[in-house]
Ligand binder design. Structure first.
Ligand code: ZN
Length: 163
């Protein structure tokens, strides 16, 4: 075994950017938010949910388990894919929006963390859009150079003809 191999074994490996599984935390947040929202709006108490909210929450939890984005998923209320179905997704987002405001008072840490996660998704979207415009620019440049070359070449051929 070479000395480099030995060193590699001793030294801590350079860490790959770790993918944290934030899904359990998100589920906890969604459950709490639903409780806060339902208690405030549907006459329920003690974090219990009315039948309608229970049904919606069940759908949400089930779909989260099967999320196509895996554990790298964006938080559900900032996601572009309405995978709970069109109306349930809208209801879910309304509940999260309204519930998160109340959460700031009752569960400030959870609410702030959720807000940060949502900002993270926004930032990722921005980066993605920025990258796509940069790609477009590169594509435009290519076309421009091709055009420039195309307009240049006829002159060359003329010269050739003169010869
Ligand atoms: Zn309810």
């Amino acid at each position: 075994m070479g000395i480099l191999d030995k060193l590699k074994k001793i030294l801590p490996k350079r860490k790959e950017p770790e993918l944290k599984n934030t899904v359990p935390k998100e589920k906890e947040n969604i459950r709490t938010t639903f409780g806060v929202y339902c208690n405030a709006n549907h006459g329920t108490t003690d974090k219990k949910l009315c039948p309608k909210c229970t049904a919606l929450l069940t759908t949400v939890m089930l779909k989260m388990q099967r999320c196509p984005y895996g554990i790298a998923k964006p938080i559900c209320d900032a996601c572009e894919t309405p995978c709970f179905g069109e109306n349930p997704t809208k209801e879910f987002r309304d509940i999260m929006k309204s519930g998160q405001k109340k959460m700031l008072l009752s569960h400030p840490l959870m609410a702030v963390k959720h807000k940060l996660a949502s900002l993270g998704v926004e930032y990722a979207k921005m980066q993605r859009d920025k990258n796509s415009t940069e790609k477009q620019k590169a594509q435009e440049e290519k076309v421009k150079t091709k055009l420039a070359n195309a307009t240049r070449s006829p002159k060359k051929s003329k010269k050739r003809k003169k010869k």
